[in-house]
Design a protein around this ligand. Structure first.
Ligand code: NAP
Length: 316
């Protein structure tokens, strides 16, 4: 029984792959950038190359597939990899290939706050992807995680860069809006548990971690993990938004995108206790589990601000 994973080389995907291998599943990965699968070379995974935008590549990758774990997502859209192309169109292509293969379970990762609201193009395209899945004709489970943290994450490592470089940490707006960070390893565990759980077919699950934290509290957590005390500098949203919009044109990988700034203003929380209730384990808190931020040095912080992510911090 083959489990096909898309996006398996990503921040979440590699953890999902390891969790599934631990549980003895036979895996096939759809790899987008050839060579990136080398991270699994010591383990038994079958590889097919291709883009979810290419129905032909998908057709030849999906033979004998029983379940699909679809993780591909983009937060920095490109001209030929737009939100719509990937989250709606790509998901539709993956569903078609899965249906032709006779797959019996489609696990799909969306995002908390996905909604039919075009003012938020990322969330809107994720909602469109969900609609494809719900109407796709394959028993499905949709995960809607809140922000994910873990080694290699972009959010906390960028904050760590700011903590390393500056005595004052810029915060957009009041910083009081609540987020619900979930450890990426915990989400990977939830996904792996779901394979084989018929009772979770047809469910859409909003998932957050152990605590709800405001952005201000996130800044404090990162500073505390680094043994620093930092004051916050609250900035009005629009000048930061305008500066980010300009930087997006020139920087290959701006430290934050306009879309992310918009989403920081949305209350993105799940029910407390949902992971325990549905999956039977307690998600880890942020405190005590973000020591990785200490590996961000001064040079790394400068590099991130200049729009490139050091490969020692995040390798893709
Ligand atoms: N990170 C978060 O905080 C967060 C929060 C909520 C929801 N999510 C959702 O979780 C999922 C995984 O996110 P992530 O943070 O792990 O993303 P990521 O690290 O950027 O990984 C994305 C993966 O998708 C692959 N990919 C990109 N374009 C593709 C294409 N056209 N065809 C096939 N594969 C393609 C990438 O391969 P290449 O690198 O080779 O292109 C990579 O393996 C996404 O659906 C995202 O929306 C993430």
């Amino acid at each position: 029984m083959v489990v096909l994973v898309t996006g398996g080389t990503g921040f979440l995907g590699r953890r999902v792959v390891y969790e599934l291998l631990e549980r003895g599943h036979q895996l096939r990965l759809l790899v987008h950038t050839p060579g990136s699968e080398r991270m699994f070379s010591h383990r038994e995974v079958e590889v097919q190359y291709g883009s979810i935008r290419d129905p032909v590549a998908l057709g030849s990758a999906f033979y004998d597939v029983d379940s699909v774990v679809h993780l591909v997502g983009v937060i920095r859209p490109k001209r030929r990899n737009s939100f719509e192309d990937i989250h709606r169109g790509g998901t539709a292509n993956v569903l078609t290939a899965a249906k032709e293969a006779g797959a019996s379970h489609f696990l799909h990762v969306s995002v908390i706050g996905a909604a039919n609201n075009q003012s938020y193009p990322y969330l809107y395209s994720k909602w469109q992807g969900e609609q494809e899945v719900v109407n796709g004709g394959i028993p499905y489970t949709i995960f809607r995680p809140a922000m994910l943290f873990g080694e290699g994450d972009e959010f906390l490592n960028v904050l760590a860069g700011l903590v390393r470089l500056f005595p004052l940490i810029p915060v957009i707006g009041s910083g009081k809006n609540r987020l619900h960070p979930l450890a990426v390893d915990d989400l990977a565990r939830c996904i792996a548990i779901t394979l084989g759980r018929d009772d979770l077919k047809g469910r859409t699950l909003d998932l957050g971690g152990a605590q709800r934290l405001s952005y201000n509290e996130l800044v404090s957590e990162v500073a505390k993990a680094m043994g620093k005390r930092r004051l916050r500098l609250h900035l009005p949203a629009w000048p930061v938004y305008a500066a980010t919009a300009v930087s997006q044109v020139f920087l290959p990988r701006p430290p934050i995108t306009t879309e992310q700034i918009k989403m920081l203003g949305i209350r993105s929380v799940a029910e407390l206790g949902e992971v325990e209730r549905v999956f039977g384990f307690t998600p880890r808190p942020m405190e005590g589990n973000i020591d990785f931020v200490n590996s961000v040095g001064v040079v790394d912080g400068i590099q991130m601000l200049l729009g490139s992510m050091p490969r020692s911090i995040r390798d893709h």
